[in-house]
Design a protein around this ligand. Structure first.
Ligand code: NAD
Length: 473
């Protein structure tokens, strides 16, 4: 029986390994993590992350061929294939601070693999890492453990949060990069055999190590660039009277461009896009390519500009001040169908409004009060008791300027304005007549995701701002 161990039970490690276990009943999969609360949650009825379909997949395999454990060393030692799916955040200090990837977690995982291994292993980069990381990992593994063969593969993950299970079941492609030596090709074949259980052969792409590592950074940079491009157009639409939805549709019908990922919004978020572009910028600079670095930097600058523009629009529409005014924030996660708030645009928008002394009443169906207050830096994050692991019983958390509530209507009550920051379906379906009646007048809606029918809301009496659309007179 092939044994797989995955180091890191996060948003990637948990779902990807659950799907491998589900699709390959004869393979034993153990997901290990140093964070005991996370592992306890994976072993409970309240999984540590919210993803549609994940509960079912985990429940069907857990205890049969899928296991979650904090006994990292034991399971790594026993595995034939070790995936490493630890976090690779942006460095906060020292050389490359603010841009380069922090590979501390990766390095300590590699040293541990070298220390505990007693048999040959395939080590798979699942985390997103800078191009050439495999070279450094090989050096650590082979220096620290002579006589054992380690074959390094790059197998970056392309899942999107919110659709992770669907993406894993039916991936556009699986990418495997390895050395062009006979041993490297043998390792590629072994990993290919795992995915071949459910992924068609023509969707498994095999490349050299550096192409696979760079492809992941390139894919995220291209996706984010597309969002910044359409958001840049949205600013021009507002200035000229064009409608960004019509422009997106018009350009998306060109088969060379395509219709996906052309929705204007308050900006992109999530743990990956910004971090991976910063990483790309750093790599370009280190390779003496400042003009290429500047090109990618601009994607982030436009994203920041879009968030600032949104806050400015809210304040200027509400008679140039939101001081003391109640603003309902609908949605805090960086996108719908996830409880993940890492780098969510809601953080910058809320901080901007708080800076102008607004009172915020925040509601998100999947994000706890603890997490929101931590993100707004009102409470220190405690790794031993991560917010997303706490029971999601309805709670109301209040401080002077921010309250977090567990119902959209509660958030909206007596508010002067509403900001929609996540495209949760329930925000489309609210009874806006009732909402209007319960708000201060004039009642404003600032739709950061273009989810509401602005004309219908105008008929009710709202003043509506939608991204990239003609403005109310
Ligand atoms: P995460 O923070 O949710 O999970 C990482 C886990 O690794 C944490 O639980 C942490 O405790 C654990 N860990 C760190 N060091 C460890 C060690 N030495 N031993 C055992 N466990 C350790 O991160 P994530 O969102 O799952 O992302 C993981 C990687 O995948 C990152 O490189 C990210 O860029 C990449 N990625 C993320 C996504 C996404 O949508 N989140 C998509 C594709 C790729």
């Amino acid at each position: 029986m092939v044994k797989i161990c995955c180091i890191g039970a996060g948003y990637v490690g948990g779902p990807t390994m659950a799907v491998i276990a589900f699709k390959c009943p004869e393979i034993e999969v153990v997901v290990v993590d140093i964070a005991a609360p996370r592992i306890n949650a994976w072993n409970s009825d309240h999984l540590p992350i919210y993803e549609p379909g994940l509960d079912d997949v985990v429940k069907q395999c857990r205890g049969k061929n899928l296991f979650f454990s904090t006994d990292v060393e034991k399971h790594v030692a026993e595995a034939d294939i070790v995936f490493v799916s630890v976090n690779t955040p942006t460095k906060t200090q020292g050389l490359g601070a603010g841009k380069a990837a922090d590979l501390t977690y990766w390095e300590s995982a590699a040293r541990m693999i070298a220390d505990v291994s007693k048999s040959d292993k395939i080590v798979v980069e699942k985390s997103t890492v800078p191009v050439k990381t495999a070279e450094a990992i090989e050096r650590i593994l082979t220096h620290n453990r002579k006589g054992i063969n380690f074959n390094i593969l790059s197998n970056p993950e392309f899942l999107a949060e919110g659709t992770a299970i669907a993406d894993l079941f039916n991936p556009d492609r699986v990418l495997i990069g390895g050395r062009e030596t006979p041993e490297g090709q043998k390792a590629i074949k072994a990993l290919k055999d795992v995915y071949a259980h459910w992924v068609p052969d023509d969707r498994i792409l095999c490349t050299n190590l550096w192409s696979a590592e760079l492809s992941k950074l390139a894919a995220n940079a291209f996706l984010a660039q597309r969002i910044s491009s359409v958001n840049a157009m949205s600013a021009l639409c507002e200035a000229t009277g064009a409608d960004v939805s019509q422009v997106s549709h018009s350009i998306g019908t060109d088969s060379r461009i395509g219709p996906k990922f052309l929705n204007a919004s308050v900006g992109f978020g999530g743990s990956c896009f910004q971090k991976d572009i910063l990483n790309l910028v750093y790599i370009c600079e280190c390779n003496g390519l400042p003009e290429v670095a500047n090109y990618w930097k601009q994607v982030i600058k436009v994203n920041d500009y879009q968030k600032t523009r949104f806050v400015n629009r809210v304040v200027s529409s509400m008679f140039n001040t939101v001081s003391g005014k109640k603003i309902a924030i609908l949605g805090f996660a960086f996108k719908k169908d996830t409880g993940d708030t890492r780098e969510t645009p809601a953080i910058d928008v809320c901080k901007g409004l708080l800076g102008d002394k607004a009172k915020l009443s925040i509601y998100d169906p999947q994000v706890t009060a603890e997490q929101i207050l931590r993100d707004l830096s009102m409470k220190k994050f405690d790794w031993d008791h991560p917010a997303h692991l706490q029971p999601s019983s309805p709670t109301t958390s209040t401080n002077k300027q921010v309250s977090v509530v567990w119902d959209a209507y509660e958030a909206i009550k007596d508010a002067h304005g509403i900001c929609i920051l996540t495209e949760w379906d329930e925000f489309k379906k609210l009874d806006y007549q009732k909402v209007y009646e319960n708000m201060q007048k004039p009642a404003f809606v600032f739709d950061g995701r273009n989810v509401v029918d602005a004309n219908k809301l105008r008929e009710i009496g709202f003043i509506v701002y939608s991204i990239g659309k003609p403005l109310d007179a």
